[in-house]
Every structure is written in structure tokens, then in C-alpha cells.
Write a protein that binds this ligand. Structure first.
Ligand code: ADP
Length: 635
């Protein structure tokens, strides 16, 4: 097992059907414990997590402490198979059977850094096996009674049958080499999908679907050799309610002997372990999937342990930071130093916030550049991760993965350059076209050709749209080049909002646009740019809601800043999209609105403009109900 398989692995561990507890090898403190482990241990998470292992398991210490210590020293795993153990579960002493492993976990350098404790509880299985031996004993007694006391067969047979009937496991007894069903309990009838009509029939007649599967041969062998057979997780296909159904069974075939030791039948005790087997298969599948997808995507993984103060990076993660050695890496020395100087401050600030549960709830999703320690290469990286906290909201662990997105970023850059260039080239003819259309409009005012006047009106509107679009593209490339210029001047915010609304209405709108009454707010900002932010939010509200619905604009003072909100009753935005809307070229993939055109730059530009003013932009939304976009500007 590799701990650094990241958050997916963590999720698998958490929901695994096997009890798992990960201990730090040096301190033996429990760092991760899953629900199944807690269930088997019969203790609370707080009682185990972060504690020295033998504190919660004091009752087992005398028996297993040596073994655990030896694992840490030797690096050899320790297996305990179906051992009986007294545990204090939920405050009560209980004797249980468990199979467990203390497995050492090594880092890339081969040092033992963790011990994984895997536990399966077998109490049920062992108890059913014990039930068999009791039954067998009873069977022997019954036989003995039968022969010695010369009692009527019916008496002891009935007693045995009652015993079988009440057993907590499925049982049948076959008599003779031809394997005639003699005694079958209800659990077994259910397992086989049969009823008491099988009594008196041979095995082959009673369950013909099992002929050809391994069971009959095994029964025959037990009959001939007199030796018990233990089957573990054997697959069998039975016909249940007319349909073939696969199952997995743990079973015991035990010869039934008379007082002379002569075998005269076979008893079978079985448990259905389908769920167990399937859960394990799923777990194995999930592991393989994680590993394969990690390899396919060339994902690197990191694992930071706040308790131990260590950080583990796998090979790919090291590669992305241009590190070729396998030695220890540190947050300050390798991670922070490996960040591109232009990204360093932003990323370390985000990480500080990620460690603050109240701020980001531990969710980490960023893009940054690294400069190779050894090769000095610049690489673009996308990192995604999760911080896990303890009950006191202290960060315990930070696990995640990193992906090389250099190629993608370069593509984006090329796309940007191209768009910038084309927009620039288009600007001149567009300006002339605008002038010509305006001129034509002037002339047409004097004529009474209403058809042509309408056409020109439309042409003018389309040209305005195109100009806004081209300006948007040009602004993006200016922004990229760090050339955006803020030209502040004093103005009244609500007047500007009204102007933008009027312009929209003039262009012909399909929605009801309402401006709420509010105070007159004077601010100093770049009037044109703020107008484009408001216009963009309004246009989006129109684009992403149905016609005739209402759009409400408000403007007020909140905590010393001017706050503008644009509310619509449209499609809304899912939480995961909301976080990314303000990224360049980000568009939500919504089937119903895929015909709505756009390039995903409006909100990006708006956010940049607002942030250049020292303000903030955000969205609150409920999918299906509508969205409210806000921005605030310092007064
Ligand atoms: P564009 O609208 O050109 O695609 P924007 O940057 O203005 O680009 O918006 C980005 C994405 O955000 C849109 O594609 C849309 O999916 C989503 N969006 C923006 N405003 C709203 C809104 N009011 N309601 C729902 N989704 C919106």
C-alpha cells in the first residue's frame, strides 16, 4: 500500500469494508482510522485518533506490543489469523475473533514511516465453525445413543434435526455415496433456493444446477477419504426463483461416521460470503483504478503530515519541481523555493487559507508555475488537494495531487496571442464600418425609406455587439500583458447603473429590469470600466434566464464599501462552477443553454477590473432558482 495515492486512496480507506488504522511508525500514534476499524474496536474516533496505539488498546497490549515493535524494527509484516481477543467494546468486555496484519509502510527511500493495521473480524465465522463441532458432537452422541441404547431412531433423529434447524448457519446432511438429502435446515433451503421436496432425493436430482461445479466431487472425496474439507470463498451458481445466481461460500464438508468409524454421510455447513467477497473485489478494483488513472494522467502526489512534520512527494511530483534526488523534501526548502517568484506569494497565501478550516474548508485547487530546482525549467502545474482536520479544527494532514499543464497553458497563450492579434486587426475596419453605418443612419433619417432605416438600425446594433466583443478580447490581451490602465474619476454609482440599464432597454430587452431605490453613492473609479462590469452582469442575467423574468439591480453601502448586486431568476450556477466562473474562458456546460453564445471572458474581465480597483466580486446562486452577482468597491 502506498499512502501517497492521494485523496482517492484516503476516501477508499475511509469507506473500506476492512478495518484500517494507520500509525506513525516512530510514535505509534494513530493518524488515520476508518469507520470499519472503529466498529470492530468498539471505540470512538477520539479515543483512537492521535493517541499512542496502546492507550485505547491497553487490554491487548500485553499480547501484541512485542509484535508491533518488531514490525517497526524489522520491516516484516506480522499476521495474526483468527486469534481470540478480549476487547473492551463500548465499555463492555467482549471476546471476539479477529484476523489482523501489522503491515509496515515504507517511503521511497525504503524507511518504515507508517504501520498499517488491517483488521477483519471473524467472530461470526469462527462461531459457526464451533457450532459445527458442537453439532458434530451431538451427531456422534445421537448415533451412539442410537446404537447403544437401542432406542427408536425417530427419537434422536428428531433431536438432531431440531438442533440443525436452530443452528445460525445453513446446514444439510447427505446420506450414502449417492448423497441423499436427509436433513436440511431453513437457512440451507434458502441458500439453495429449494424446499423440503429435496428430502430423499440424491444430490444430483435435488440440485442439478450444481452438477459440473466443484461441489459434488468434493463431497464424494470427503465421503471416500473421511477427511474434512474446508472451502473458502468458493464460487457457486445456484438457481434461485428460476434464475441463475452467482454466490460465494465458505463451507465445511464433514464426514458423518457411525460408531465403528465408518463414513455413512457428509454434513455441510455453509455461510454466504458474497458481500464480503464483492466488497473486497471492489476495494481491489478501486485500488487498481486509482493506480491506473494516476499513471495514465501522470499525476504526482504529495502527502504532508502536520503531526510528524514530514512531507512526502512521489517521483512524479519531484519531477514537476525539477528535483531528481530521492531524499527528504521540505515545505520551505523545496516547495516554496520551487515556486515561480511571481506565484510564490499568491500560493503561500492560499495555502495559509486552506489550513484555516473556516476559510476554505481544506479545499485546495490552484494553478502555478514551478522553476526546476536542478534544470531551471518553468512548468505549469495544477494542484488539487484536501486538508484533513481534527475535532479542534487543527490541520492533521494535507494530501493531494499535481498535474503538469504546461502544454495546456502554452496552447492558451497561443490562443490569446492569436485572438489579441486578430482583434487588433479587426478594430480599424470595424471603426470605419461604424462610422459609415452612423452616416447612413443620419441620411436615412431624412428619407422615408423605413425598411432601409430599420435595416441600418439593426446593422448598428450588431456592430455595437461586435465592438463590445472585440474590445473585450483586446482587454484580455492587454490584461495579459499587464497593460490595463485604471483612470479614476468621481461619479455617482446609481446614475451610472441607470444609464447602463437604459442603454440595455434601448437595445430592446426581453426581460423586466428593476432598479431598487437606494442611496446616492459617490465614488471615484474608472467610469467606463465599471460601466462595462455592470453591463456584463446585466447581459449575463439576460442571457442565462428565461424571457419575461425579472432582473433586479440594487446598490447600497455595506461595511464601508459600495456594493452593487444583479439578481436574476435564471438557471443558476452549481457550487463547483461558481468557484471557477471568474477564470478566463470558463463557461458552464449546460445543455439547455448551449445555444447562448459567449467566450467566457466577460466575468474574467469584470473580476480583473474590480480587483484592480481594490474591490471584490462574487456570486451567490441556487441552481434552478437564479443567481445574484455582487461586486463591491472601496469608497
Ligand atoms: P460568457 O457569458 O461569454 O460565456 P462570462 O465570463 O460572462 O462569459 O460568463 C462565464 C460563464 O458563467 C457563462 O458561460 C455562464 O455559464 C455562467 N454565467 C454567467 N452569468 C450567469 C448567470 N447570471 N446565471 C447563470 N450562469 C451564468
Amino acid at each position: 500500500m502506498q499512502l501517497t495515492d492521494g485523496e482517492n486512496l484516503y476516501a477508499i480507506v475511509r469507506s473500506a469494508p476492512i478495518g484500517i488504522c494507520i500509525l506513525d511508525a516512530a510514535t505509534l500514534k494513530a493518524e488515520i482510522v476508518n469507520d470499519k476499524f472503529l466498529e470492530i474496536a468498539g471505540k470512538s474516533r477520539e479515543a483512537i485518533l492521535g493517541k499512542w496505539y496502546w492507550e485505547p488498546f491497553a487490554e491487548a497490549r500485553a499480547y501484541y506490543e512485542k509484535a508491533l515493535t518488531a514490525v517497526v524494527k524489522s520491516g516484516e509484516p506480522y499476521y495474526a489469523d483468527e486469534v481470540e481477543l478480549m476487547l473492551v467494546r463500548h465499555g463492555r468486555e467482549e471476546w471476539i475473533f479477529v484476523t489482523f496484519v501489522y503491515a509496515p509502510v515504507k517511503n521511497d527511500a525504503g524507511e518504515i514511516v507508517k504501520v498499517a493495521v488491517w483488521v477483519l473480524e471473524n467472530t461470526q465465522q469462527v462461531k459457526s465453525r464451533q457450532a459445527i463441532s458442537i453439532l458434530n458432537e451431538q451427531l456422534g452422541n445421537a448415533n451412539r445413543e442410537l446404537s447403544t441404547a437401542n432406542e427408536g431412531l425417530a427419537g434422536s433423529d428428531a433431536r438432531f434435526r431440531a438442533l440443525v434447524q436452530d443452528a445460525p448457519v445453513a446446514i444439510f446432511v447427505l446420506r450414502g455415496r449417492e448423497m441423499i438429502f436427509e436433513t436440511v435446515n431453513d437457512l440451507m433451503y434458502r441458500m439453495l433456493g429449494k424446499d423440503n421436496e429435496i428430502i430423499g432425493k440424491t444430490y444430483a436430482e435435488a440440485v442439478p444446477e450444481l452438477v459440473g461445479q466443484p461441489f459434488f466431487e468434493l463431497l464424494d472425496k470427503v465421503y471416500l477419504t473421511g477427511e474434512t474439507f474446508y472451502g473458502s470463498e468458493v464460487k457457486g451458481t445456484l438457481t434461485i426463483e428460476g434464475k441463475a445466481k452467482d454466490g460465494y461460500f465458505n463451507f465445511i464438508y464433514k464426514p458423518v461416521k457411525d460408531e465403528t468409524g465408518q463414513v455413512y454421510g457428509v454434513m455441510c455447513v455453509a455461510i454466504d460470503v458474497l458481500e464480503q467477497v464483492e466488497a473486497r473485489k471492489q476495494l481491489e478494483q478501486a485500488y487498481t483504478q486509482v493506480r491506473l488513472s494516476k499513471e495514465a494522467a501522470q499525476l504526482g502526489t504529495f502527502d504532508m503530515d502536520m503531526l510528524a512534520g514530514t512531507m512526502e512527494w512521489d517521483r512524479r511530483c519531484r519531477e514537476l519541481f525539477g528535483i531528481s534526488h530521492e531524499g527528504e523534501v521540505t515545505y520551505e526548502g523545496d516547495f516554496v523555493q520551487g515556486l515561480h517568484p511571481d506565484d510564490r506569494e499568491r500560493i503561500t497565501r492560499i495555502i495559509d487559507d486552506v489550513f484555516d478550516r473556516g476559510k476554505m474548508n481544506g479545499v485546495y485547487d490552484v494553478e502555478y508555475r514551478t522553476v526546476g530546482m536542478e534544470d531551471q525549467r518553468v512548468r505549469w502545474v495544477r494542484a488539487k488537494g484536501q486538508v484533513y482536520f481534527d475535532e479542534q479544527n487543527r490541520p492533521l494532514r494535507f494530501i493531494g495531487s499535481v498535474l503538469d499543464i504546461t502544454e495546456q497553458k502554452q496552447d492558451e497563450q497561443r490562443k490569446n496571442d492569436f485572438i489579441g492579434m486578430v482583434s487588433h486587426e479587426l478594430k480599424t475596419p470595424l471603426t470605419s464600418l461604424n462610422a459609415m453605418v452612423q452616416l447612413a443612419q443620419q441620411k436615412l433619417k431624412k428619407s422615408n425609406d423605413t425598411f432601409l432605416a430599420n435595416v441600418m438600425e439593426n446593422a448598428g446594433r450588431q456592430l455595437r455587439k461586435m465592438t463590445t466583443m472585440i474590445n473585450g478580447f483586446l482587454n484580455v490581451s492587454r490584461l495579459e500583458a499587464g497593460k490595463i490602465h485604471i483612470d479614476p474619476q468621481p461619479f455617482t454609482l446609481d446614475d451610472l447603473i441607470r444609464e447602463v440599464i437604459d442603454e440595455l432597454i434601448l437595445g430592446g430587452t426581453t426581460h423586466q429590469i428593476v432598479m431598487e431605490d437606494g442611496p446616492k453613492i459617490k465614488i471615484s473609479a474608472d467610469r467606463d470600466k465599471i460601466a462595462s462590469v455592470i453591463s456584463n452582469l446585466l447581459n449575463n442575467a439576460v442571457k442565462y434566464s428565461l424571457r419575461d423574468t425579472c432582473i433586479t439591480v440594487a446598490c447600497r453601502i455595506v461595511s464601508g464599501a459600495a456594493e452593487v448586486s444583479v439578481r436574476d431568476e435564471g438557471i443558476g450556477i452549481r457550487q463547483e462552477d461558481a468557484a471557477r466562473l471568474f477564470e478566463r474562458y470558463y463557461r458552464v456546460q449546460d445543455k439547455a443553454f448551449r445555444h447562448v453564445s459567449g467566450f467566457g471572458i466577460g466575468l474574467y474581465l469584470s473580476a480583473e477590473i474590480v480587483e484592480h480597483h481594490g474591490g471584490r466580486i462574487w456570486v451567490e446562486s441556487q441552481p434552478g432558482k437564479g443567481s445574484i452577482f455582487y461586486f463591491s468597491l472601496p469608497l
